[in-house]
Design a protein around this ligand. Structure first.
Ligand code: PEP
Ligand code: MG
Length: 589
């Protein structure tokens, strides 16, 4: 008789794509939920501080052991684990906890809980999802110290010897890196999300995972049969025979499709009539380079550098920046990396550099405006970039440019930074292309003049749409109006491409618009030189381009540019991409 099963479906966040089916294995990574508070007598304060330091040291030693045993395929993720190692001694946690023990005469557990809660709150206010994920890092690091303080033993994930699906409250990047792929099929967690470090590692290992499920670890029991659908962010507990069959088929289809796409992702994006467009990846962390390479990206078209500034409590040093830029430049060589200078404030506020609250941050002291007002911060970054340029194919790009004067000033500072390095005898290179983000409408209007000053334009359609249509890109209430296919945005893109052609300046798009395969006929037809996108989108976009004709796309784009409404644009696109679904059956491609 068919097993009915309860088919309990839980919706979470996709941590890493793929489907797996198996027996649940609960990992006791509970941390310590109940923390006692007590007063420490003055004569015992020193011992209490030492107890805290010992717990931190033990936590560090455990992590060092994991790092030393890190499997070869995860070596490029070393920085994730090292960043956790650095967090153990971060001022925000370490010094403040010690201060709290001393100043308030409280026990180490309570002091740690207090400072960790404060640090979490600091990051939680920030809208950027990458930064929100740094909260996970803080929680994981403080949990680890807490377990050592209280004396709870952590499960060693590396010792699991059954073919199982892990179920945990949380998994740290270190836990994930110890997973034995031949044993563990995938995992689900209560906490975490797409941009967490754990999920980045899971994607590299191609381990299906669903995160942010709330209380999955309380709902699932050991040995329960569960299905993990990392594509749709679903977990199904106690599946019926019918559901099992459905997912076995889905799993097979997904794996076949993925293998095909991967096999074909190294083939260039050349249209049926022989025109090739360069497709590159956008990254925020050095760890994402692997995805760009895996998915067939021909370089990094946008390296957002904010992360290194946002994930800490003070400005990074030149040395830290240089090390990271150099790593990226060397790894991607001989392909290029476009390093975008700091684009903070707006939606990515720096807690330690917020001078006064702005009523309209998106129109405020953001990106290049901030950098030009803080030459100390800007020079440090420029020096780091110039030094890294000696090791790879670096290009530099300035964000939020609204007119010629900003470019002139930024270039002047770049020259100054080079002169300083020269005088100090530090190796560097200034022999690279300089570009700007075209994302403010005034830059489109001034493109002719800006073209005299730069080697390339990179259109940031995320902001260009926001500023052109006067729609806050993060405001849900107006999200339905936000669309980069608005005729005004399309016409602006065309205008920039035309200027670029006339002046021999390359034009790229690095906004989200370039990640959508269905947009390819229009973007290809408008004759963009390069596109840079979310790495995971590369294979599908490549596949789409390979199926298109450049000459047909050009004619199509010319027609689309005549459209007067978003609906007009999208219905023409639907008709072009899916002609068989068009009721008249009139294929345009
Ligand atoms: C853009 O604005 O399109 C862009 C790529 O930059 P960001 O999303 O980082 O503002
Ligand atoms: Mg932008």
């Amino acid at each position: 008789m068919a097993d009915k099963g309860s088919d309990t479906v839980l919706k979470g966040i996709s941590g890493s794509p793929g489907i797996c089916i198996g027996q649940a294995y609960l990992v006791d990574r509970e941390g310590v939920d109940v923390v006692e508070k007590y007063t420490v007598r003055p004569e015992s304060i020193r011992d209490e501080v030492n107890r805290f330091k010992t717990a931190v040291k033990k936590s560090e030693d455990e992590l060092i052991e994991v790092i030393e045993e890190l499997p070869e395929e995860l070596h490029h993720h070393l920085t994730i684990l090292e960043s956790h190692l650095a967090l153990f001694k971060d001022k925000m946690l370490y010094e403040r906890a010690i201060d709290a023990i001393r100043d308030e005469s409280i026990n180490a557990e309570w002091a740690l809980k207090k400072v960790a809660t404060r640090a979490k709150a600091m990051f939680q206010d920030i809208a950027d999802p990458y930064l929100q994920s740094r909260v996970d890092d803080i929680v994981q690091v403080s949990d680890r110290i807490m377990m050592n303080l209280v004396g709870v033993d952590a499960v060693n994930i590396g010792n699991i010897d059954k073919r199982v699906v892990l179920v945990a409250k949380d998994l740290t990047p270190a836990d994930t890196s110890r997973i034995q792929l031949e044993r563990v099929k995938g995992f689900v967690t209560d906490r975490g999300g797409k941009t967490s470090h754990t999920s980045i590692i899971a994607r590299t290992l191609e381990l299906p995972s669903v995160m942010g499920l709330g209380n999955v670890s309380a709902l699932i029991k050991n040995d329960d049969i569960i299905i993990v659908d990392g594509n749709d962010g679903l977990v199904i507990i106690d599946p019926s025979d019918e559901t099992l069959l459905e997912y076995e088929e889905k799993k097979l289809r997904y794996e076949t499709r993925r293998a095909n796409i991967k096999r074909r992702s190294k083939i260039p994006a050349t249209t049926v009539d022989g025109v090739t467009i360069k497709l590159m990846g956008n990254i925020e962390l050095a760890e994402e380079i692997v995805s760009v390479m895996d998915y067939g990206g021909e370089g990094i078209g946008l390296f957002r550098t904010e992360f290194q500034y946002l994930s800490r409590s003070h400005f990074p040093t030149e040395e830290e920046l240089y090390e990271q830029y150099r790593e990226v430049a060397e790894l991607i060589f001989p392909e290029p990396v476009v390093i975008r200078t700091l684009d903070i404030n707006g939606d990515k506020a720096l807690a330690y550099a917020r001078e006064n609250d702005e009523e309209n941050p998106a129109l405020g002291l953001r990106a290049i405006r901030f950098c030009l007002q803080r030459p100390d911060v800007f020079m440090t970054q420029l020096r780091g970039i110039l030094r890294a340029a000696a090791f790879g194919n670096v290009r530099v790009m300035f964000p939020m440019i609204s007119g010629v004067e900003e470019v002139l000033e930024a270039k002047k500072m770049l020259k100054e930074a080079a002169a300083q390095l020269e005088a100090e005898g530090i190796p560097y290179s200034e022999n690279f292309e300089i570009g700007i983000m075209v994302e403010v409408p005034s830059a489109v209007v001034m493109a002719e003049r800006l073209a005299d000053e730069v080697d390339f334009f990179s259109i940031g359609t995320n902001d260009l749409t926001q500023y052109t249509l006067a729609i806050d890109r993060g405001n849900r209430k107006v999200a339905h109006l936000y669309n980069s296919l608005h005729p005004a945005v399309l016409r602006m893109i065309k205008q920039v491409v035309d200027v670029g052609k006339k002046h021999g300046v390359k034009v790229c798009i690095c906004g989200e618009m370039a990640s959508e395969p269905a947009n390819m006929p229009v973007l290809l037809g408008m004759e963009l030189d390069e596109l840079s996108m979310t790495p995971q989108s590369l294979p599908m976009v490549k596949e789409m381009v390979r199926g298109l004709s450049f000459s047909e796309s050009r004619k199509f784009a010319a027609r689309v540019l005549e459209a007067t409404t978003v609906d007009g644009v999208t219905s023409m696109m639907d008709e072009f991409v899916y002609p068989e679904e068009n009721e008249n059956g009139t294929a345009s491609a």
